[in-house]
Unconditional design. Structure first.
Length: 465
């Protein structure tokens, strides 16, 4: 088939709602994973322990009492996995570097075997025509740094800069993009306030200080990497959900506004306006972070993109979040509402509130559904396929409203270690049989592939026309 063959009509697409929308020719389609969730090889070739290795060993914290020791054996199977990504026809692969694999104690000596692993992974992507989208911190802090206070200790910001510069020097000439942190809200809130994620601390004051140190380390690392004059674009990845008031009452609206402040404005205001939102500072009171003079300017440095991870919405009343089960919306296996309109609303709100955010990506989006492998050896995950279809369409709607979207990445390539839920929740568009490590693309992977291939061919047609 010649590359200029007209594409089939939208109606026949595997993702019909998404196919009816317009995406620009340079729009990046990808899939995403993170190191701890797929690599395994937790102590191979000189890797040091991370806080997640330690956390998983505490009884009762992971739903199925599992850990990341073996995971998807991606450390051994990376070539097969890259072939799989290539076979999906996507442009990009978002992955993360395990800090303790390349710098076992989080400072000083580098582990050459770890660096070599990521170098061959990146080279493998380039050889397959895939753009590498690298994340530096997808939560697996070296345990040795936690032993001196982790993200609660300002010293960790300096360690992070050293790590970022080391990786940027080694890989920054090859990767398309480097994100400093993945979802600092999760690290601060779930790791240090509710304590359900590593390192399992339950202290609101520490959590607020952690969020400040994450933002500060982001700004410092961006400035240090910028000085290297890389071709990679530099940014950060944040998790967000639009917060809707349950009713029009003032009390509900105020509550929803505060939740939006805690999740979205707490991170976006410092990055783009150089200050924390006053309503959240008031809410934190004595627990507000200690901020040194000059810190806010160090955080508010220009970035090339903001990655947004979107899964669901929040519905907030003055009495707290409204129970998801009462909405009547479809729920994923995580109990999260399926609400694609929320993604459009969120992206439009960012364009409205932060004109300085010049490029946005959806760096994660997807759903956990329990679909098993059928008798025919396939996984008929119509629920996940529908989820992707409607959410990609929601990105199209945001584009139509002028939101500067650069790309979309599915979470996740593979079923993997879903943090405190262990292996019980499956987000992959590719099924993993953990007993055999066999990978089986689900129907959603095939549908995404068909859709992306169609987009790419439309792109070619447009260029030739
Ligand atoms: C996000 C994480 C990612 C994955 C998805 C389901 O919060 O960044 O690692 O666990 O949720």
């Amino acid at each position: 088939m010649s590359s200029s063959t007209p594409v089939s009509s939208a109606a026949s697409s595997a993702l019909p709602t998404a196919a009816a929308k317009d995406f620009p020719a340079d729009f990046v389609w990808g899939v995403a994973t993170s190191a701890f969730q797929i690599e395994g090889a937790h102590d191979a070739d000189g890797k040091g322990p991370s806080i997640w290795d330690t956390f998983c060993r505490q009884p009762g914290v992971i739903a199925d009492a599992s850990n990341g020791d073996v995971a998807c054996e991606h450390y051994q199977r990376w070539e097969e996995d890259l072939d799989l990504i290539k076979s999906l026809g996507v442009d990009a692969y978002r992955f993360s570097v395990s800090w303790p694999r390349v710098q076992p104690t989080g400072q000083g000596d580098w582990n050459e075997a770890g660096l070599a692993f990521y170098e061959k992974l990146v080279d493998g992507m380039l050889a397959r025509g895939l753009k590498p989208y690298l994340t530096l911190n997808h939560w697996d802090l070296p345990q040795a740094l936690q032993d001196i206070g982790g993200w609660g200790n300002r010293v960790t910001t300096e360690r992070f800069v050293e790590y970022a510069v080391g990786i940027a020097k080694r890989l920054g000439g090859k990767v398309a993009s480097i994100a400093t942190h993945n979802e600092p809200w999760v690290v601060a809130q779930l790791g240090h306030e509710s304590g359900v994620f590593a390192p399992g601390i339950k202290d609101r004051r520490i959590a607020a200080q952690v969020s400040h140190h994450l933002l500060l380390s982001h700004g410092l690392a961006i400035t240090a990497m910028r000085a290297l004059k890389l071709k990679a674009s530099l940014g950060i990845v944040l998790n967000m959900a639009p917060m809707y008031p349950a009713t029009d009452s003032d009390a509900d609206r105020t509550a929803a506004r505060l939740e939006d402040g805690k999740l979205r404005r707490w991170y976006m205001d410092p990055l783009f306006e150089g200050r924390y939102p006053q309503d959240v500072l008031d809410y934190l009171g004595h627990d507000a972070p200690y901020v040194e003079a000059g810190d806010m300017a160090k955080i508010q440095v220009p970035i090339d993109f903001v990655g947004i991870n979107y899964y669901s919405r929040g519905m907030i009343s003055a009495n707290g979040p409204v129970d998801n089960k009462t909405s009547g919306l479809e729920l994923t296996d995580m109990g999260w509402e399926v609400y694609p309109q929320g993604l459009t609303d969120l992206l439009v709100s960012i364009k409205r509130d932060y004109p300085g955010a010049k490029r946005l990506y959806v760096t994660e989006n997807g759903g956990a559904f329990p679909d098993p492998v059928g008798a025919d050896g396939r996984v008929h995950d119509a629920d996940r396929t529908r989820y992707l279809d409607t959410h990609i369409a929601a990105v199209g709607d945001a584009l139509a409203q002028g939101v500067p979207m650069g790309g979309y990445m599915v979470w996740s390539l593979l079923d993997n270690f879903e943090w405190a839920s262990g292996y019980a929740k499956r987000f992959g568009i590719v099924h993993v049989d953990y007993a055999t490590q066999r990978r089986t693309p689900k129907d959603s992977a095939l549908a995404y592939k068909d859709f992306v291939v169609q987009q790419v061919s439309q792109r070619r047609t447009a260029r030739q026309g």
